[in-house]
Design a protein around this ligand. Sequence first.
Ligand code: ADP
Ligand code: ASP
Ligand code: MG
Length: 412
Amino acid sequence: MGIVVQKFGGTSVGSLERIENAARRVIQALNRGDRVIVVSSAMAGDTDRLIELARKITEFPNEREMDMLLATGEQRAISLFAMTLRKLGYPAVSLCGWQVPIITDDVHTKARIKRIGTQRLKNLLNEGYVPVVAGFQGITEDWEITTLGRGGSDTTAVALAAAVGADCEIYTDVTGVFTADPRVVPNAKKIPYVSYEEMLELASLGAKVMQIRSVEFAAKYGVRIHVRSSFEEEEGTWIVPEDEIMEKVAVRGITVDTKEARITVVRVPDQPGIAAKLFKALGEAHIVVDMIVQNVSHEGFTDMSFTVSKNDAPKAEEIVRKVATEIGASEVVRDDRVAKVSIVGLGMRSSYGTAAKMFEVLSKNGINIMAISTSEIKISCLIDEKYAELAVRSLHEAFVEDGEEIKVENEG
Ligand code: ADP
Ligand code: ASP
Ligand code: MG
């Protein structure tokens, strides 16, 4: 008799009818003989509404109070979920993060899980109860309520599965992980198996179907994840170790991220130490820099561009303006209307021609590339935001729909 963690996202618990539908998935597993731990998100739209309320009071709400507020979304959902299971004849007990307990660090609004106490969960399971755990929230060693960042219920689910040695099912509003966001690319195909590494890149580069940290957890503890729909019965996507992936295609998926902004420092003196000065100041302010481009220098001057998250962009701009004055740069320009399109696939390690084909597709569609970054299994291009959908669709057509033209060298 196995244990399975079933996580239901916001849409899957978006109304009382949907909670009942989710509860029936739990009952199916119980009837198969599994023991189930439920993790629930807040009902669809609740977290957004709470954030909106706070922003009506102040632009930068206190982060401790924000966590206190946001944790209520999941608390509402788990009590309704447990009531529904009880009504259907299955004893259930809802638990907030602190009641499990799920212990986190003290970084409010983006806390990390440090450890999980499993005794209470195990007792409940042994007594025949279904624990219904609030996703997204935890508690610090000092009894402060924390949340795990947007989409954090995925991480609660995977961490619980790792802690109790369970399988993990992520129930969402699409039937699995697709070759591109199915809401943007209608022809996107469901991926049957994806490796942790590929999923990590896809999640980091804009596929919000799984929170990045949940995939990191899964990879670290070897949790197998099944991403599937709470509305349809069909098999979803398995996120598994790389050695279980039979088919290593060059391009597994295509993503787009419109959450970054570009900052350009114009006419920077091309001297040693300038870049260090600029990026040190950003690092000290805890701002993560993503893509960096430095142009060829002309008459001892050069332009330097980089991207940061849009949330950090106003602060980054302010810092860069100060440094720019000190180093004698002529201007700082911020552009929030950029998008990063990426292609991701394990087979890229041993294939050639992928980058060339990506650039060709973009150029054929008249899309200018502002910056490029690569890793072993991904290529990202920064483009004008207005071409984001066109870029994803045409890259999908070229790499997925028109088949694998890219050669993968024989590894054997
Ligand atoms: P939940 O509320 O269940 O956690 P999310 O909204 O966080 O669901 O994630 C599911 C959404 O992720 C889908 O509705 C889909 O639009 C989006 N998405 C983006 N990229 C992908 C992808 N490659 N495959 C599947 N879904 C994707
Ligand atoms: N309710 C939280 C959010 O909307 C967490 C989650 O749904 O995973 O981000
Ligand atoms: Mg989510």
